[in-house]
Design a protein around this ligand. Structure first.
Ligand SMILES: Cc1cc2nc3c(=O)[nH]c(=O)nc-3n(C[C@H](O)[C@H](O)[C@H](O)COP(=O)(O)O)c2cc1C
Length: 213
């Protein structure tokens, strides 16, 4: 698979099948992903992998928090605001999810479905003291991971919801308090019967590039 093919075929998989991911495939993916560049070669990412049993424990913790009506903690990520120019795209995205969601309920996708039933979730963490560049670097690591997984025939799901209860992530994965779980990326084989997996999002056009010649 070429980079072009991986870029164009990756999509957010919101329902994974039960099929497990072989450890040697995961290791092959990581071997390439660790080539991701970073500011001053700091390589700020710390990688924690939740396997099937850990995912069950995490989903249970999330369920308990939800039942207790504990508010999700996304404060360290959603502290800015989207610009007005983005509003139509974001609205279109939410509408698209609802149209493709068998229960017609976005909240179901975001919360009720237990972390997309991912058999494996890779949590990328950074030390809380690090500069903003480290978040940027971790984002690049995340994209490398998703493209490499795509090349290996796997689907991926990067989600804010996966880190919405950071203390649950910390306790299940033994992540120290001074580390911030930035993102969880589900990896597995897609459930091709799930309508929501047929949802494909639109993109800004390349005509929006500002060429100053
Ligand atoms: C940082 C980040 C957080 C995201 N959080 C969620 C989430 O919590 N729930 C969800 O359904 N999708 C989430 N997504 C998926 C995006 O909605 C998706 O990437 C975007 O709509 C583009 O669609 P595509 O990934 O299928 O190309 C997230 C993606 C990123 C990069």
């Amino acid at each position: 698979m070429t980079v072009k093919e991986a870029l164009n075929s990756r999509f957010s998989c919101r329902v994974f099948s039960d099929e497990p991911v072989a450890q040697d495939i995961l290791e092959a993916i990581f071997a390439d992903v660790f080539r991701t560049p970073s500011c001053e070669n700091s390589q700020p990412w710390e990688v924690y992998v939740a396997g099937t049993e850990a995912m069950k424990r995490l989903c249970m913790e999330y369920e308990n928090f939800r039942k207790a009506k504990k508010p999700a903690d996304l404060s360290n990520r959603f502290n800015g605001r989207w610009t007005d120019e983005m509003t139509p795209r974001i609205d279109e995205y939410f509408d698209g999810i609802v149209e493709h969601e068998e229960k017609g309920n976005f909240e179901y996708t975001m919360q009720k479905r237990n972390l997309f039933y991912a058999p494996v979730m890779v949590f990328l963490c950074i030390d809380k003291e690090l500069p903003d560049w480290s978040l940027f670097d971790t984002g690049m690591f995340a994209q490398s991971l998703m493209l490499s997984a795509t090349e290996h025939g796997l689907a991926t799901m990067a989600s804010a919801v996966s880190v919405s209860y950071p203390e649950a992530v910390r306790s299940v994965l033994h992540i120290p308090e001074n580390k911030m779980p930035v993102i969880g990326i589900g990896i597995g084989y897609p459930d091709n019967e799930a309508p929501v997996n047929g949802f494909r999002t639109a993109r800004k056009g390349i005509e929006e590039i500002h060429y100053i010649l």
